[in-house]
Design a binder for this molecule. Structure first.
Ligand code: GLN
Length: 543
């Protein structure tokens, strides 16, 4: 049976619990253990797919087509282990399952209760598909004390009692706020948070103390004594200048040793963290810089484009340059000329998006990139709008648009009601439910030999990338668009869904219907991001 490490959070939200879990996962992996990371979210939404990115950040999509919390992106980037649908669980999913069973009569007339029915369902999901790993890291979303988090905490408490201390460890992430007026770090909120946890019956084994300032020995000892946690398991977790420094810092602070010791697992030799150190060095000591404008909608909230931001950084690491990102709200281009904001950038990227608001501004950014020969990278919505732009301005179809914005004379981007997956036809209806009804997850694309993307993907003939969209470029328009200069260099194997478009008359103009940013990793930057940043670097040398 696998061992379980439960990660909870206290004091405040947004402590970087997901990143801490990912870093611990990476450290255990560097020590030779097979790990899997899971996220349990106490909210009642069935999945984050219908939640606004403004509130909840990006929706991360797995190969098997689940719409999940963005922390799964950290897990994948840090451990390289592709996440599965079963790695992201919300209270909504658990309740939906329990209620469906109740309606079906599975409880045989018994009273259906949070304990044991909901907690048993949570436990099943914690344990599902874990036979192939040594350690499962389970992050419980929210903060200790939240009402909706209780069934999750009760479940992990029960598991610890049942399986015993060598099988389960509890890591609690807290905050030590710094009071400038007093000139000291305060330990009281941590004590309270641990007290809340103990009231539920959970004694933390390791405290990961987030702090802006170094934590003194005296403070650690005080926390240790008051929380009954050995002093060497009170781990200082200071802010880092790059997230890739976090595993190295946590290792130096003793996190992996504290967890292994608690589980009675061998510590063997020191883990080799050289590849982390070299990524950090590449981030800290770039040899140049490029500026990329990201023209989107949720530009005030970086979490809305988390994977994109990371993938651009990976592209920078691959080229040893710093990627400076300018986040621009596309609506500004509906009021003012694009040149003022785009004149000095080395690349323009239009990311995924939904709905008509700001779409014309994104199209204006595409026009600017095309006419001024600035590298352009369109992702999902950014690809669809690049096709609309070309249809209008190169193919002369003035009424071209996407049917996402309503009826139009030339729906070059339209709703597909049928497509194929694994040999089966998938269907959807125009007024169908919004949740989980998009083309989601990994789909293959055949690449055109001799095209730019074929070279970028190292002459691979077929690639697999992750999708999340409802609309598709309408194949019926391909002949007209190709006559106007576009080249569809990636298609679904059945030839019905355009997956990649490029413009061979332009130095670097690529649109992809999928989300390559979801598969980029620090140790394996995605080829499209590597090539885009490289093109931006070339452009920067021309001006
Ligand atoms: N709104 C578009 C669609 O649904 C694009 C989606 C996206 O960019 N993820 O097809």
């Amino acid at each position: 049976m696998a061992r379980f490490v439960f990660i909870t959070g206290g004091v405040v939200s947004s402590l970087g619990k997901g990143l801490a879990a990912a870093a611990l996962g990476a450290l255990l992996q560097e020590r030779g253990f097979r790990v899997r990371l899971r996220k349990f979210d106490p909210y009642l939404n069935v999945d984050p797919g219908t939640m606004s990115p403004f509130q909840h950040g990006e929706v991360f999509v797995t190969d098997d087509g689940a719409e999940t919390d963005l922390d799964l992106g950290h897990y994948e980037r840090f451990t390289g282990v592709p996440a599965r649908r079963t790695d992201s669980v919300s209270a909504g999913q658990v309740y939906a399952e329990v209620l469906a069973k109740e309606r079906h009569g599975d409880y045989l007339g018994g009273t259906v209760q949070v304990i044991p029915h909901v907690t048993d369902a949570i436990r099943d999901r914690i344990m599902k598909q874990t036979d192939d790993v040594d350690i499962v890291l389970v992050e419980v979303g929210g903060t200790v004390g939240d009402i909706e988090g209780l069934p999750f905490l009760e479940t992990i408490r029960q598991m610890g009692y049942e399986f015993g201390p060598s099988q389960c460890a509890y890591v609690h992430v807290t905050l030590l706020p710094y009071l400038a007026s007093a000139g000291e770090l305060k330990t009281k909120p941590t004590q309270h948070s641990v007290r809340d946890l103990r009231a539920i019956g959970i004694q933390p084994d390791v405290l990961l103390c987030r702090s802006e300032q170094p934590i003194s020995e005296a403070a650690r000892r005080k926390i240790s004594l008051q929380c009954s946690v050995p002093v060497d398991a009170v781990i200082p977790a200071l802010d880092a200048d790059t997230i890739y420094q976090v595993p190295v810092d946590y290792h130096v602070a003793g996190l992996d040793v504290a967890v292994l010791r608690r589980l009675g697992l061998p510590q063997h030799a020191e883990p080799d963290l050289d590849r982390w150190r070299s990524v950090v060095e590449a981030v800290r000591q770039p040899e140049g810089q490029v500026t990329i404008a990201v023209v989107g909608k949720y530009t005030e909230l970086l979490d809305a484009y988390k994977s994109l931001d990371e993938a651009l950084a990976h592209g920078g690491i691959a080229n040893r340059v710093r990627v400076r990102t300018e986040w621009i709200d596309s609506e500004v281009f509906e009021r003012e000329d694009a040149s003022a904001r785009l004149e000095d950038v080395n690349g323009i990227l239009v990311p995924g998006g939904f709905g008509g608001r700001g779409a014309e501004g994104k199209i204006a950014a595409v026009t600017y990139a095309r006419e001024h020969r600035i590298p352009y990278f369109g992702i999902c919505f950014g690809m669809q709008l690049a096709v609309v732009e070309a249809a209008r301005n190169l193919a002369g179809l003035q009424g071209a648009s996407s049917s996402e914005f309503g009826a139009c004379t030339d729906p070059v981007v339209g709703l597909m009601t049928e497509w194929e997956k694994d040999g089966e036809v998938q269907t959807r209806v125009i007024d169908g439910a919004l949740g989980g009804t998009m083309r989601l997850g990994a789909y293959p694309a055949r690449l055109l030999r001799g095209s730019l993307v074929h070279a970028i993907y190292d002459e691979t003939d077929e690639v697999s990338e992750r999708h999340r969209h409802r609309y598709e470029v309408n194949v019926n328009y391909l002949p007209a668009l190709e006559r106007a200069g576009l080249r569809f260099s990636g298609m679904s194997p059945d030839g019905r869904l355009p997956e990649i478009v490029e413009n061979p008359d332009h130095p670097w103009f690529v649109g992809v219907q999928f989300h390559p940013e979801l598969k980029s990793r620090p140790f394996a930057p995605h080829p499209l991001f590597r090539a885009f940043v490289e093109a931006a670097l070339t452009q920067s040398r021309l001006v």
